[in-house]
Design a protein around this ligand. Sequence first.
Ligand SMILES: [Zn+2]
Length: 214
Amino acid sequence: METPEYIENLRIVGGNLALDFVNTEDGDPPVECLRGYGDLVAWSVRVGLLTADEGERLADEARGRPEDAEAAYRDALALRGALYGVFRAVAEGGEVSERDLETLRRYEREALLRGRLVRGEGAFAWEWKDGRDLGGMLWPVAHSATGLLTAGDLGRLKLCAGCYWVFLDASRNHSRRWCTMEVCGTDEKKRRYVERRAARRNSKQRDQSGGAGP
Ligand SMILES: [Zn+2]
């Protein structure tokens, strides 16, 4: 199975599996990195959810059941959209949409139903080993999201100021503002960020002073 370049080169910087899944829509302007079911498998191999062999088997399975694969792909995009909605709202201190949350609840319930709690090296962990289920990679993703929301340090959940990716800020003084310095922390992006902020501030001032027209 060939890994497309846009998945091979995708930066994995979220600090959590569910955040990395959300970040499969890359950058500003957005570039879609999950363009079909095959990409979902390739991404799963890339982040270590599946071994290369498991990925091959799943891709074979998908070729024999194209309609099911298409449905699993659509489900993945729907879950990704809901997760982004939840994480973005949390990062910005906004209201979480009930609809997004319900989507996550549904996947988490299914994940727990289909997973197995097993003893790893020391700690216990949930494991999903149903090699034939085309949407099986979404269970660990949903479970990571729930784990983050229930037990994570949500004060460290942030939105990149340049490209709107989500990430966990592990810096000591909680000062990370960019998904990656090289991509979004460049002078150009910083300049645009400052401009956007100034524009927002100005329009707020206009609103407060009685909303002058153009
Ligand atoms: Zn960024």
